[in-house]
Every structure is written in structure tokens, then in C-alpha cells.
Write a protein that binds this ligand. Sequence first.
Ligand SMILES: OC[C@H]1O[C@H](O)[C@H](O)[C@@H](O)[C@@H]1O
Length: 394
Amino acid sequence: GEVEVLHWWTSGGEAQAVGTLRDLLESEGHGWKDFAVAGGAGDSAMTVLKSRAMSGNPPSAAQINGPEIQEWGELGLLGNLDEVAAEENWDELLSPIVADMMRHDGHYVAVPVNVHRVNWLWANPTVLEDAGVEVPTTWNELFAAGDALREAGYVPLAHGGQPWQDATTFETVVLSLGGADFYRQAFVELDQETLESDTMIEALTTFRRLRELMDEGMPGRDWNLATKMVIDGQAAMQIMGDWAKGEFTAANMQAGSDYLCAPVPGTADDFIFNIDSFAMFQLEDADASEAQTALARLILQPEFQQTFNQLKGSIPARSDLDMSESDSCAQRSMDDFKAASETDTLVPSVAHRMAMRSDVQGAFFDIITNYFNDDSVTAEQAAQRLSQAASLAF
Ligand SMILES: OC[C@H]1O[C@H](O)[C@H](O)[C@@H](O)[C@@H]1O
């Protein structure tokens, strides 16, 4: 049978990674109809999926992440994967936080592909050395490094001015200054007092100050082009989830020597997670649903988990695999994921659909990106607006 797969993986590293899934499925005699929709870290793909599903013609499989799985589950359009989950022991293979996200009403309706870490700082060691600076571990060190890097003719921090990228950077600053409990209070509980607090205002202020480290060409730039600036040595650093590592790998660069990874300043003991997953739509066609089940089974098998995640930049969704062949950044990510699970400093990404309903997330994106780009808006006003948006969520 054939599966039509909707996803938003179109950058160099992303395309190579999803290609391994296609190859594996085809090697089992099934067909793969690719349906890639780029942009907005999935925003465009979700808009297209809604219209396809509402017109009664959903794809067989779609990349749907986080609480949106529940939103689609509520619509009764998703298929039940309990049989393959039982056969393949998903309950044993997956940590509770990952397994819970894949179930709706207690039934598996999606399969996790990976665990991405969002709170990473990527750096070009040659550029840092040329400017005589170290990888910063505090915001003050980052701003000080900025002056030296500009002096030496480099862009200190590569960034792409798009709402989801602004939100990605912002959530790491909130975690850094407030900590995991504060982050959850703000973005999961949507607590208004927390959203209006002095710590949130300090986070907003520090966040916008990061624009000092960015270049004129930042507005609208795609994330992987910002990563390319670090790869090419035009820029020193980038704050981005570890899908950025997929671009370094695609450029044949070695972790720890050609490029460096470090937790965003002040977040070394914390882990912002983002889990990619495929949800399966109910299908009439028996052949197609056989191929769909094969896809779900393959995704959590060791071979795919190892190959895909090494190319994608994430770590496997199952935590029982040998990481000794993986690069040092992946090994660190897996160690930190396990440690953060123990110390309760594992938090869901806002920018990547893990923390809140899509409508509330949309409102937060607008407020964050408007504040980031408009100096006439004060941090106090932005905090008020986040609090206001949160109050409408209930
Ligand atoms: O497209 C950029 C990134 O967007 C989302 O965060 C996805 O979860 C990730 O897999 C992807 O690489």
C-alpha cells in the first residue's frame, strides 16, 4: 500500500533525515507519497492539514506535535495504534512524558520520532578564537562577547526574524531568568501574576536587548540560513533547537571541533523539549492502513531511531538505545534529558507546540514578535498583553 505523509521538513538536514524514513518504508515494499509544506516551524503545514481534513481528504500520516494531537483526537479523525504499540512494547520503550503525549483518551494515536532540545547555543569556534572570546555562560558574558565579535567584524548572534524564531529565543530567556517552575507557571498554567511579574519583565528586557547582537538582515530570515551564517563563519553564534545540528551534520562538520553546542546561558540544568510525532488518520483502504501500520512500527525501531536522529539533530524518542556512536552534543542532550526528568527541570516548548493550545500560542507569538520589533512597546505593556491573552484562554 501507499502512505501520503504530510510534514514540514525541507531544510538540508531535515530533508536528509526524513529521507531515511522513506527509504525504510519503501524497502518494506510500501509506497511513500511525500507532502512537504515548509514554513513557520509547522504553521503552514497545520493550516494545509486543516483544510485537507475538513474537506474529508486527510493524508494517511501527518506530523502533528504536542497538545494538537489532542485537538485532532477530539475530532475523532485519528486512527488507533494500540495493536502495533502492544506488539512493539511502546509502553516500555517510551518515558511517561513522551508516551502520554502520543495517547488520546488512553489510546495511542501517534508515534514519536525524536526528542529535540530547544535551549541550545551553537557556536563557530574559529570565529570565537579569532575574536578572543569564550562560549558565554551568562547573558552579561554574551553581551560582552558581542562587543569583541563586532570589533573583529563578525555578527555576534545569527537570528531569523520570524514569530516562531523570536518565541524560541524568548522562551529560553524566560527559563534562564525564572527557572523551570516559573516557566511552567507562565506558559503551562498561564498564571497571570507570573506573566506580569518583575522576573517576566526582566526576561522581556533581556530578550529585546539581544537585537543588539543581531544584523540588519535578520527580519524574515529562515532559521537554517541563520545557521548557515555560523557554518560559514559570518556569525559567531545562534540560539536554536537542535534541528540546527542537522545543518552542521549536513555540512560534514564535527561536533566539538568544527562547531560547538552549549546550553543557552543560565539553562544548563534545564531542558526545553519538543517532540516530533506522526499521527495516523483513519483510513478505509486496507492496503493503505497496512502501510500506515508499517510506518508506525518502523518509526520506533532502533535502526530508524539511530539513523534519523543522527541526521536530524535530535535524540531518539526511546531512551534505551546505545548513544556511544552518537556525537558529543547528542550524548549531552540524552544525559541532560534523563537528568532533567529526574530533577523535574524538563519543560515543554511554547514555540514548538508543546505547552499550550494552538490559539493561545498564536496570540503569544503575536505579542512576543511585536514587542521584539517595536521599541515603542514597553516590557510592562508586553507582559500585560501576555497576561490578557492568558485570561482569554479559560
Ligand atoms: O523546521 C524547524 C523545526 O520545526 C519544529 O520545531 C519541528 O519540531 C522540528 O522538527 C523542525 O526541524
